[in-house]
Design a protein around this ligand. Structure first.
Ligand code: IMP
Length: 423
């Protein structure tokens, strides 16, 4: 296997960071292709916590080239801070190790202001991360976005920002009544930041094409999860990118057929941050217990994550929509020793039984059918208990793909590979 995609199979925060980090040890190239600094991968390296938001996990390893593909929305200020933090942890970052597409869309201050104002004053609250992600993708799709390469030419930057501000100014002045920078102030700020980013800007499309021809091992690092996908997710409570498999083809610039395997990451239960329907959500003390035991607080915003049972109809949907070839089951330690353990096997939806979700289903209307599962008590060092083996087998049978990885704690060592990847 020469290329592998790692994709969140739920609503994000499935523990992709550690797995991506470990598998990037075996990779030559690691690519981010969608989202932006709304992501948060927490990785523990030698007892030190490193949080990556925008920069691919490959940066932790000197032999890897990390790529930020053009499908990413790029906040240069967040990049500056992340770069400083990573360097402080003793990790080397240079243009050999990190390559950024000049065609990434830039997150401007206008985008961040719009995100904040909509969340605080708009008609629907999505519970966004407040990083300006949605408005930056809107600018891209409506063909008035700022590209990273524009930061390298002041006159072009000022011209594009001036045009970009015309409509937004009406909103800032008349709807949101808020302070905002002028096009010139924003051009000055971004141009300065552009100088820092410039050495890393390159043609990542050709670099990847060459890497593929040379049979180098490529890892695609997904951010968020399939249920937050703009097309497949629980719209409108989604992020604004294609978090599913399809995002790779356009966002990294890697045509279909070039990804050998797709590893979906799922917790052994379900969590969600932000607003939106969540069929198996637990409102009981048990939900709070899982939240505390699993340290379910966002790496990007610190918000509490809502917790609930594993939801098979949603996972089956994730498998279908992204062609998942195997599953990593994470945070199994959190479910250990939990009395009254359950999984959702089906939905009752508008009077009918459903065993797999589909695009456009109204998840706020589904009634989850829950099944009791035998409690497991494992230390994961010795042989797995029969109860845990049964739990895993049940998931494999339902999804029709193997569970290739078990993760049971935040440390790099707290993981069991049941399958070989990138060999
Ligand atoms: P946005 O991506 O900031 O626009 O937020 C849209 C939705 O996606 C909100 O519900 C966020 O909580 C959610 N979201 C965005 N990024 C992540 C992530 O990395 N993990 C989990 N949820 C996320």
């Amino acid at each position: 296997m020469k290329s592998l995609a790692i994709i969140g199979a739920q609503w994000g925060d499935e523990g992709k960071g550690k797995i991506t980090d470990l598998l990037s040890l075996k990779s030559d190239v690691v690519v981010r292709y969608q989202g932006g600094n709304n992501a948060g991968h927490t990785i523990i390296v030698k007892d030190k916590k490193v949080v990556l938001h925008l920069i691919p996990s490959g940066i932790l390893h000197d032999h890897c080239t990390s790529i930020i593909g053009h499908g990413v929305v790029f906040d240069p200020e967040a990049f500056k801070k992340e770069l400083e933090d990573i360097k402080k942890s003793g990790i080397t970052v240079n243009p050999e190790k990190l390559k950024i597409s000049g065609n990434c869309s830039v997150i401007t201050m206008f985008n961040k202001l719009l995100d904040h104002n909509r969340e605080n004053k708009g008609p629907i609250k999505i519970g966004t991360t407040g990083k300006g992600i949605g408005p930056a993708y809107e600018d891209k799709i409506s063909r008035k976005g700022i590209k990273l390469k524009d930061l390298l030419d002041y006159d072009i930057l000022l011209q594009k920002l001036s045009a970009n501000l015309i409509e937004k100014e009406c909103l800032f002045k008349n709807l949101y009544d808020c302070e905002y920078p002028s096009a010139k102030e924003e051009a000055d700020r971004l141009f300065e930041l552009g100088k820092l980013v410039a050495p890393f800007v390159t043609d990542t499309f050709s670099f990847l094409d060459q890497a593929r021809k040379e049979d180098r091992k490529i890892l695609f690092e997904g951010a968020q999860g399939i249920l937050l996908d703009i097309d497949y997710g629980s719209y409108p409570f989604v992020t604004s990118s294609n978090t599913s498999f399809g995002g790779i083809f356009t966002g990294a610039g890697m045509p279909g057929g070039n990804v050998d395997e797709v590893l979906g990451i799922t917790k052994a239960y379900t969590t969600r941050v932000g607003e939106g329907p969540f069929p198996t959500e637990l409102f009981s003390e048990l939900g709070e217990h899982i939240q505390n035991k699993g340290n379910e607080f966002g790496a990007t915003t610190g918000r509490k994550r809502r917790c609930g049972w594993l939801d098979l109809p949603l996972l089956k949907y994730a498998v279908k929509s992204s062609n998942l070839t195997s599953i990593a089951l994470t945070k199994l330690d959190v479910l250990c020793d939990i009395e009254g353990l359950k999984i959702c096997t089906k939905y009752i939806y508008r009077g009918e039984e459903l065993d797999c979700a589909y695009p456009g289903i109204d998840l706020s209307e589904v009634e989850p059918v829950l099944e009791d599962v035998e409690m497991f008590k494992d230390d994961f060092k010795s042989e797995l208990s029969n109860e845990l083996n049964t739990y895993i087998k049940r998931i494999e049978d339902e999804l029709g793909i193997p569970v290739g990885i078990l993760a049971y704690g935040p440390e790099r060592s707290e993981i069991k590979f049941l399958k070989d990847f990138l060999n």
